[in-house]
Each structure stands twice: as structure tokens, then as C-alpha cells.
Design a protein around this ligand. Structure first.
Ligand code: GLU
Length: 480
């Protein structure tokens, strides 16, 4: 690489970090790490009314959770107003921008008129044509004034790293505000001044900013700045192809953290929203993602956020967790759920770990554990209703379970082999398939119709707990 790659993530702290923003941050991060560049974090808080300090904390926490570390910043736009003022003054002095005294009321009327005529609103430049005396009079009267950029005729043509060559006719673009009457810069101005000042080489961001290309490029040119490379990445849609929003999905990264997803899985999932390595790989380590990531491979088409796929992926990551790591993560979850406590876990570590391992393949999220292992710790679980109808069929089942209890009670040991032999011999004696015993016994021991192999389940429960659960089921069947 001859060039020093510098990318940035520039969230506005008006809400939580949502999955779209996180995906933008991730693409920047991957690109930067691949090219040994620098990742800059900039907080775009020029909108003093809508920006919230606590949201900055939330956004940074979510980025840390995802492992997206930054090299410079966070820089706050609210602390950089002098830079924006200088740029605006330069544009004013060169006749590339002008003061506008039109207030919200006047602009509303103009918009209304444009709407009636059936056209899009473009500012009619009435303030550009004010005489010097008029401007002086308005200024002396203290009429608030904004600054508008004077849009030149022609078109803006650039090559976007995702969209290819694109052009925008300036006819569609009215003179836009770069500094508000309250003295604050607008996004269009601040983003250009900062990207230049921070020597950003690649602007990688969501397609919702695609239409900002011409305005920003015009400002770059007017200020004599070198253009960065733009890469506008596809939007993320809900499965029904509507806009992904709070109404159809959890959108905050912190929602996924709270729901018990693993950051590694969320990161891997986000990386595949709008990008793929070009082969069929889906589960990829961070190093593999960095190695494979590139801008030309990003899709133009919008990506679909499928939470089922995230759940599948999370399960894959749970399966990959080394034992010790798995235990360290799950024990606190079990304790926090109230299923057990620190002392019990400390005194029965081997047993707790055995149970955790037994369910490793089956939980989609680590937070599914308390529910998945409940029956090991408690006996007051409900029986799956469908299962009851199918497996608890009256006196013969109760009788069969009673025989199983008797054989378990008489057993000298409770090894996997012994358990299996007892069940198979009982089946033979009754002249039924082993399933006829296994399914009711599973329901009796766990309340569920699915789970780990029954032999393993019973072995992990141990003799005493198994017998207690079988007796409880016998009573339940008799009573119904
Ligand atoms: N602050 C903008 C946003 O949150 C990002 C602007 C940009 O990346 O150019 O959408």
C-alpha cells in the first residue's frame, strides 16, 4: 500500500448504535485493519438539540462490545465550530456562499407555493440578489441570517467504490444551508471540513447518504480540497423488505447484547449484510474477515436482516466455544437467573459443567441456558402439553415407568452403559421398541420432548434426581 488509509465512523448521538450504524462501523474497521490504516471516531453532535451525552456513552459501549476499537478520537464536532466558521467565511469571501435572511415562516410559504405548482422546492435565491444596503439594514435590525452555498451550474460526477461512475445534475439541487441562523454548521458543511481536516481517504457509509454526494463534492471543490473515495454501502431492510425499524425488529446493538447474543456472532452476521467473501464461507473468524474484506465485493442491492440467521450463527459460535470459555460465560448466567447460586456452583463445579456441556450443541444463545437446564435444578417444571397427549397414555405408561424406577433403584452403578442396558432390557421384556420407554421417560425427566440423548440426560441427572422425576410423572399420570 502506498497510501495511508484513513477511514472514519461518524455517528450522530441522537440514539443508540443501531445495527445499520454498527455494520457501517464494521466495514470501515475491516477495510482499515486490512490495509493497516487508521480508524477515526467522530461524534457528529452539531445538532445541539437532538444530541445526547448519554448516547455517546451507549454508542462507544456497543462499539467496544463488538470489538471495534478506534485509533483516533472520539472527536466532537461541537468542539470544532471555529473550523467550520473559517470554512464558511472563506466561501463567503470568495462569493461561493451568501447570507440568507429568510426565516422559517417565509421558507414554509415558498415550499407551499412550490408544492401547489407541483414542483420540488428550490430556494429562489432572493437573498443572493439583495443590495448591500438592504443586507446592512437587515443585519442592523438584528434579523437572523443563515449562510447558503451557491450551487454552481453543471453536474457532479464521481466514481463510487460500490456504485461505480455516478453523476448528479445540479438542476435538482437548490442553494442549501451550510450555516444555520443560530451559528451552527449543517451536517453537509461539517462533514466535509472534518473529513478533509482528518485526512480521511475513504468515506464508507450507508446508502442513505448517497444523495449527499453532490452537495459534499461541491463543497470539497469550492474549498479546494482533494476528494476522498466514496463507498456507499447497501441499506439493511427488514425481511418484508420494508425499512428496518423498531416496529419490525430489535435495532439497537445493545438489544442483541441484552438478548444474549455473542459479539463474535453479531459481528460475523453484520459483516455478511451486503458483503460476502465470494465463496460459500459464512462462519469466519475476525482474521478471516479482515483478510477477505474488500470494497468492490460489496453488493449494490439492499441487504435483508434475518434474525433467524443470526440465531443460527450464534448457535454455531456457541458450539465453537472452548469448554473453559463456555463455563466461564454460562455460570454467571445461571447464577443471575436464580436457578442456582455461587456456593452451589463452586461446590458442584464438575456436575454443573457436565450439564453445560450437555446442552452446548442445543442452545442458540447462552442466555437460553437457564431455561434449557431448568429441569436439572428444579422438579416443579410443567410437562409439554403435546408430549403429555402423546407419551403419557394412562396406566400402562405409569406401570412401565414404575418398572423403570424399580430397575434404576436396584442398579449398583449409574453409568451410561448401565442406564442403557436397563432401558433396553426393560423394552425387550415388555416386547416394545426402546422408543416406547425413551420418549415417556424423557418427558418425565425434563418435561420436554426434545433434548440431549436420554441416556446422557439420565446419567447427568444422577440416580436420585432421575427416580424422583419418574415418580413425580407416575403420580401425575395417575391423577389425570
Ligand atoms: N452523522 C452521520 C450519520 O450518523 C454520518 C455521516 C457520514 O458518514 O457522512 O448518519
Amino acid at each position: 500500500m502506498t497510501e495511508n488509509i484513513r477511514v472514519r465512523f461518524a455517528p450522530s448521538p441522537t440514539g443508540y448504535l443501531h445495527v445499520g450504524g454498527a455494520r457501517t462501523a464494521l466495514f470501515n474497521w475491516l477495510y482499515c485493519r486490512k490495509h493497516d490504516g487508521k480508524f477515526i471516531l467522530r461524534i457528529e453532535d452539531t445538532d445541539l438539540v437532538r444530541s445526547e451525552e448519554r448516547m455517546v456513552g451507549q454508542i462507544l459501549d456497543s462499539m467496544k462490545w463488538l470489538g471495534l476499537d478506534w485509533d483516533e478520537g472520539p472527536f466532537y464536532q461541537s468542539e470544532r465550530f471555529s473550523l467550520y466558521d473559517a470554512a464558511v467565511d472563506k466561501l463567503l469571501s470568495e462569493g461561493k456562499a451568501y447570507h440568507c435572511f429568510c426565516d422559517a415562516e417565509k421558507l414554509k410559504v415558498m415550499r407551499e407555493e412550490a408544492r401547489k405548482k407541483g414542483g420540488a422546492f428550490r430556494y429562489d435565491r432572493r437573498c443572493l440578489h439583495l443590495s448591500d444596503e438592504e443586507k446592512q439594514r437587515l443585519t442592523e435590525e438584528g434579523v437572523p441570517k443563515a449562510v447558503r452555498f451557491l450551487v454552481p451550474e453543471g453536474e457532479t460526477a464521481v466514481s463510487d467504490a460500490v456504485h461505480g461512475d455516478v453523476s448528479f445534475n445540479h438542476k435538482e439541487i437548490g442553494d442549501f444551508v451550510i450555516k444555520k441562523a443560530d451559528g451552527s454548521p449543517t451536517y453537509q458543511l461539517a462533514v466535509v471540513v472534518d473529513d478533509h481536516d482528518m485526512a480521511i481517504t475513504h468515506v464508507i457509509r450507508g446508502d442513505d447518504h448517497y444523495n449527499n454526494i453532490p452537495k459534499q463534492v461541491m463543497i470539497y471543490k469550492a474549498l479546494g480540497y482533494e476528494l476522498p473515495i466514496f463507498a456507499h454501502i447497501p441499506l439493511i431492510l427488514a425481511p418484508d423488505r420494508s425499512k428496518l425499524s423498531k416496529r419490525n425488529a430489535a435495532v439497537a446493538v445493545s438489544d442483541y447484547e441484552e438478548a444474549g447474543f455473542m459479539p463474535e456472532a453479531v459481528r460475523n452476521f453484520l459483516a455478511l449484510l451486503g458483503w460476502s467473501p465470494g465463496d460459500n464461507r459464512e462462519i469466519m473468524t475476525l482474521d478471516e474477515l479482515v483478510e477477505a474484506f474488500d470494497l468492490p465485493a460489496i453488493n449494490k442491492a439492499n441487504a435483508v436482516f434475518d434474525v433467524k440467521k443470526l440465531e443460527w450463527m450464534n448457535n454455531e459460535y456457541v458450539k465453537l466455544l472452548p469448554k473453559e470459555d463456555l463455563f466461564a460465560r454460562v455460570k454467571p448466567i445461571l447464577i443471575a437467573s436464580g436457578l442456582t447460586d455461587e456456593d452451589f456452583v463452586a461446590n458442584n463445579a464438575a456436575w454443573v459443567e457436565k450439564i453445560i456441556l450437555l446442552l452446548q450443541e442445543r442452545v442458540r444463545k447462552l442466555t437460553d441456558y437457564p431455561e434449557a437446564v431448568n429441569y436439572f435444578f428444579n422438579m416443579d417444571f410443567d410437562y409439554d402439553e403435546k408430549g403429555v397427549r402423546k407419551q403419557f397414555k394412562g396406566p400402562e405408561t405409569a406401570h412401565m415407568l414404575a418398572q423403570l424406577v424399580a430397575r434404576f433403584e436396584a442398579a449398583d452403578d449409574f453409568s451410561l452403559e448401565t442406564i442403557e442396558t436397563i432401558i433396553r432390557e426393560l423394552a425387550e421384556g415388555l416386547d416394545v421398541g426402546a422408543g416406547k420407554i425413551i420418549h415417556p421417560a424423557r418427558l418425565a425427566c425434563s418435561g420436554l420432548t426434545v433434548g440431549p440423548s436420554l441416556f446422557h440426560l439420565v446419567e447427568a441427572l444422577g440416580k436420585e434426581r432421575t427416580i424422583a422425576r419418574l415418580k413425580r410423572a407416575i403420580e401425575y399420570i395417575k391423577a389425570s
